[in-house]
Design a protein around this ligand. Sequence first.
Ligand code: ME8
Length: 646
Amino acid sequence: MNKKDKFYVTTPLYYVTSEPHLGSLYSTVLADILARWNKVSGKQVFFLTGSDEHGQKIMQAAQKVGKEPKEFVDSFIESYKTLWKKYDIDYNKFIRTTDDYHVKAVQSWISDLIKKGDIYKSFYKGWYCTPCESYLTDNDVSESRKKGNNVPLCTVCERETAELQDESYFFKLSKYQDKLLDFYKKNPNFVVPKERLAEVVSFVKSGLKDLSISRTNINWGVPFPGDDKHVTYVWADALNNYITGIGYGQKNKQEEFKKWWPADCQIMGKDILRFHAVYWPAFLMASDLEPPKNLLIHGWITVSGKKMSKSRSNVVEPNELLSDYGADSIRYYLSRYMAITQDSDFDIDDLEKRLSTDLANDLGNLLNRVIILAEKNDCLNVKPAEDWSEESKKLQENAIQAIQLFTKHMNEFYFHIALSHVWKFINQVNAYFHDQEPWKQAKLDKKQFAQIISATCHSLYTISVLLWPVMPKKMSELLGALSVHFDSNALEFDVFLKNEWNNTFTLKKIEPIFKKYVSKKKDSSVQEEGKEEVKKDEYISIEDLAKVELCVGTITKCDEIEGSDKLFKLLVDFGPKGERQILAGVKKFYDAQDLIGKQGVFVINLKPRKIMGIESCGMMFVAEDEKKTMQFITVSGPVLSGQKLR
Ligand code: ME8
């Protein structure tokens, strides 16, 4: 890896109308994880975040509490910065759109485009959504009218819009329609997940109108250069932060700007896709600058199925979560279980279960067991083995595979899949440790015992380096227990990739690094197993069948469920589709060990449901034999995990 490679990552600039909530934390945590991961993998990194402080929405919020807008926004900045610090968000710069250098750079950007003829003065008449600071297109309005609304509703937040008539400056967006379409065609991975690009393409194809970029009815914004009556439209001001934050428009910072632009990944929620995938590249094209390389567009964090937002008053307070769970656990839960590809419900019961299972049981216990056993058998100084056993060599191969898959998925921004591969490896290490029975070897063969401890320590080292971007404090503690001093900037990533297992470790006893949670809530609304539905004697069409997504999955973990004599909790690997937790009522017929590593047939698009308060995201197929024993349905030879049934 070339140390000169750079990585520039950004978050949206949040409207500072109130304290930060879990939604803003989510985007910011993802950006921090990416920044740290790219440092670990040998790149120079710049991470920009900040606050969006102009516009009508802020002005109205300030008026409501009787404050001047600047005084109002100032009052929130510290709470953002403090929260980011508490969550170990290691940004390089916090930009505020009221910063002087930004205001001047936006003004000179406008002046340049006026000279070029890409900005002109005219008159705007149309509908405007203040909460989103967004103009409605003719299409948006006609869609809304179809639903019988007199006053059209905003397509994003579904609130009433207001009619606007104003003299305005316009950006010649229409001029960039073909250029944008050409750009999307040549860069099909511009938007991640790439499925979200389709809606952008169809919006642009439906015809772009020029964009109003100034307002006369408000005075809280960047003064429009050369026309005192106007202030700059908040998005034309705010989007430019991504370039002004790294030196654009500042004479002494041109080298810096050239070094970092274009951005490698700009992270945001799907609400602001259009602004970033249409207006933003067009603005850049007008200034002869390259568009960003990737936009990472994630789904919503929801609460009981509803988007979490300040206006719905259903926000989860990140400060409260800190005291109960700690920053690293929340960082882990957000990046692993709030998959970027979909909306995800934030549920405390689920959070506690995942933290107990994944962190305390799978990872924390492994570390504790190794240390206790090594201490008991006077083996705290761990050396590489002279001769690795076949099983250890296999584990070493598994580690290499985990590193490669983690790297691939992190570089594609699929955090949840990357993490599922680390957990697959953690389960392999646990299975290795269990099968090798080091507690017996300690009495029979000291050399063999030392070899098992060394293989496990090397594996823990791999795991903690991979997880460091997600849980920097906890993984530093874990590395500390191995006596490894970790510096993300100094790691030789090429060496790490080879995973040669030639390290020495000194094990140190530490307090358990992860906590277990006992569920406070018992879900009484669900029964353990539903009765079989009576099948209707009807044919179904091939389209009906196609609705059911049937896949082959590999069972990587099988746990008992306290209080259930029927159910197993399976962790099933579906390859590129990630891992899922699926409950299966086969406990009476199989030992947990019999299922691990086996392949089965699963429905994966079944609506997730809770059984005994535990979520099941799919269903395993089984059939009863003549002895009334359940046989699970498998495949006659190995198949790649995640293969669809046809
Ligand atoms: O839109 N789930 O600011 P904003 C996931 N100032 N992410 C969420 C979320 C949720 N429930 N709620 C918010 C703005 N977010 C503009 C941006 S950029 C030049 C200007 C995150 O404070 C998500 O990233 O409304 C979303 O896009 C962003 O916060 C919106 O933040």
